[in-house]
Design a binder for this molecule. Structure first.
Ligand SMILES: Cc1cc2nc3c(=O)[nH]c(=O)nc-3n(C[C@H](O)[C@H](O)[C@H](O)COP(=O)(O)OP(=O)(O)OC[C@H]3O[C@@H](n4cnc5c(N)ncnc54)[C@H](O)[C@@H]3O)c2cc1C
Length: 357
């Protein structure tokens, strides 16, 4: 019998397990490899690998310093914003830590206290509730087994099975498929580029330098048009002057966009959600790492005084995070409405001048 079973060892799940691992008997389960095994490194999550200022602030609050080998280059201090349709571009000052996402997740998992039991390549399949607690069905190496727990945490990301099974009636955030293609790059761009073009997506696309490579990514509405729209984006970028000649690899992942607060869930009864599984992600920039940290920290705080009444405490402790998402949704039209964006970008408000020799 475990006190807590956490499904998903991404930033949210690993952080919660680290924070409550000494207080509770915790089982942390992930369907993938989390730590290197037999000389093989785990596959990295499809991600831009940028730690925004909010994520940096959370690292500071958790008293964590980033090991040097997690960094990729170059470190970025500006966002170049391109409105492809209106043909306007602007630069804004913003500091990002440019990281190797695979190494980052491994590092977070390496901080788990020895008390936490980590089961890698183990799938969560479902759960059932009885008087004693929750019976959680897990499968590993072709066999299915059950574990008992008092509390089940869904930290299983955008495609959360815990959320689907526990709260099937609750509205889900708007779903996107994010596609990223890596290209060889001779000269890394010294900024993060955000691209807006409603012909490609109603969200946004990006270019991120990663050492001697460059990631071209886009958050696209799910459905048949996603691949075609990604190809359209690349052809528009080539026409704009970007060198996308040597493709190296391509991957994709689901992405949530909570456009209404009813789509953000903390949980109920014996099941709670953290990270993207709960809808904790920025609806304006798709920045999700800091939200994973913040929701995990809020739940850990709520659990510190025991299991009794923790849901209410977790809900209370996420009040500011919910306001943050509400605010980002209010800000979104200035980024995503074509006319408002043109007005903001033409005005040059908050932008910086850049000069290169
Ligand atoms: C293309 C792309 C680019 C992004 N770029 C950035 C960025 O640059 N900066 C940023 O801050 N955010 C970015 N995000 C968002 C960010 O990656 C996520 O919001 C963040 O990873 C969420 O953390 P999490 O711990 O909630 O979930 P995840 O990191 O998704 O981790 C979930 C874990 O659950 C496991 N899991 C899932 N289902 C099961 C199951 N049934 N059984 C067992 N285990 C399971 C998975 O293997 C995974 O390890 C990006 C997202 C995408 C898709």
């Amino acid at each position: 019998m475990y006190d807590v079973i956490i499904i998903g060892a991404g930033p949210a799940g690993s952080t919660l397990a680290r924070l409550i691992g000494k207080r509770y008997r915790v089982l942390l389960v992930d369907k993938g490899m989390v730590l290197p095994k037999n000389g093989k490194a785990p596959a990295a999550k499809c991600c831009g690998g940028l730690l925004a200022p909010d994520a940096q602030r959370m690292l500071a609050r958790m008293e964590l310093g980033l090991p040097r080998d997690i960094l990729s280059g170059p470190q970025l201090f500006a966002v170049r914003t391109i409105d492809l349709l209106n043909r306007i571009e602007r630069y804004y000052q913003r500091s990002y830590l440019n990281i190797d996402r695979g190494k980052f997740d491994q590092w977070l998992a390496s901080l788990l206290p020895p008390d936490v039991e980590l089961r890698q390549t183990c799938f969560f399949r479902g759960f059932a509730e009885d008087e004693q607690g929750l019976r959680v069905h897990l499968s590993q190496d072709g066999s299915i087994h059950e574990e008992y727990t008092s509390l089940l945490i869904g930290a299983d990301g955008a495609f959360s099975l815990v959320r689907k099974q526990a709260f099937p009636q609750m509205p889900a955030p708007r779903q996107y498929i994010a596609i990223q293609e890596w290209f060889k790059s001779e000269r890394p761009l010294p900024y993060f580029t955000a691209i807006f073009d409603p012909e490609v997506t109603d969200f946004y696309s990006w270019l991120i330098p990663k050492d001697d490579k460059m990631i071209v990514g886009s958050a696209l509405r799910t459905g048949e048009t996603a691949t075609a729209n990604f190809e359209l984006l690349k052809s528009k970028l080539r026409e704009y002057g970007f060198d996308l000649t040597h493709s190296i690899e391509k991957s994709g992942a689901m992405l949530m966009r909570p456009v209404k607060m009813s789509q953000v869930l903390t949980g109920q009864g014996r099941v709670a959600l953290i990270g993207e599984a709960g809808g904790w992600i920025s609806p304006s920039s798709a920045e999700g790492i800091s939200y994973g940290f913040r929701s995990a920290l809020a739940l850990a705080d709520a659990l510190m005084s025991g299991l009794e009444g923790f849901q209410k405490r977790y809900l209370r402790r996420t009040r500011r995070l919910r306001s943050n998402i509400r605010l980002k949704n209010l800000k979104a039209p200035f980024m995503y409405n074509r006319i408002l964006r043109r007005i903001v970008m033409t005005s040059g408000i908050h932008s910086i001048d850049v000069s290169s020799p």
